[in-house]
Design a protein around this ligand. Structure first.
Ligand code: FES
Ligand code: FES
Length: 181
């Protein structure tokens, strides 16, 4: 009886990077292993498995969360974005590009989690101070870089995202002028 209970599975449906996935999972299966082992989205890394390092950070319904702290069943019905879902075609997300431009990665193990955390940070605070960036990264550990280039990468991305937002606003204003004529 106990063994049967252990083997019991639950049906879930999760939309990951815009694609809906239906699956049967054991109630104890962690979201990070669902993403890595079942969907082969291995860009989400496991550094500690105990909620310390942030390497497993993804977006769950638009919020950055450590996917080793979430059960797959808890994500039933949710929308998940992983590092594989950030770029649009060949166009890197500004935060990905910032890490490239400012050499924000060395071994790269922490990088997907850092980027997912940073994207959420900039979505909520487009003008972060250096202190706010460092504070926002408190849940993400890097064993290589000493954080200096990671912070520079996020500053670079913030500036790019602000420029892009200004450009979009100008385009909208132009379209508005055109319509009103
Ligand atoms: S693997 Fe999730 S916080 Fe380290
Ligand atoms: S780049 Fe190696 S752990 Fe961060």
């Amino acid at each position: 009886m106990a063994a049967e209970a252990e083997r019991a599975t639950v049906s879930i449906s999760i939309t990951v990077n815009g694609v809906r996935h239906e699956a049967e999972v054991e109630p104890r299966e962690l979201l990070v292993y669902f993403l890595r082992d079942r969907l082969a989205l291995t860009g989400t890394h496991v550094g500690c498995d105990t909620s310390q390092c942030g390497a497993c950070t993804i977006h769950l319904n638009g919020r950055a969360v450590k996917s080793c702290t979430v059960l797959a069943v808890q994500a039933n019905g949710a929308k998940v974005t992983t590092i594989e879902g950030l770029a649009e075609g060949d166009a890197l997300h500004p935060v990905q590009q910032g890490f490239y431009e400012k050499h924000g990665a060395q071994c790269g193990y922490c990088t997907p989690g850092m980027i997912m955390t940073a994207v959420h940070l900039l979505e909520n605070n487009p003008h972060p101070t250096e202190q706010e960036i460092r504070h926002g990264l408190e849940g993400n550990l890097c064993r290589c870089t000493g954080y200096v280039n990671i912070v520079e990468a996020i500053k670079w991305a913030a500036e790019k995202m602000r420029r892009e937002a200004r450009g979009e606003r100008r385009e909208e204003e132009k379209r508005g002028e055109h319509v009103s004529r």
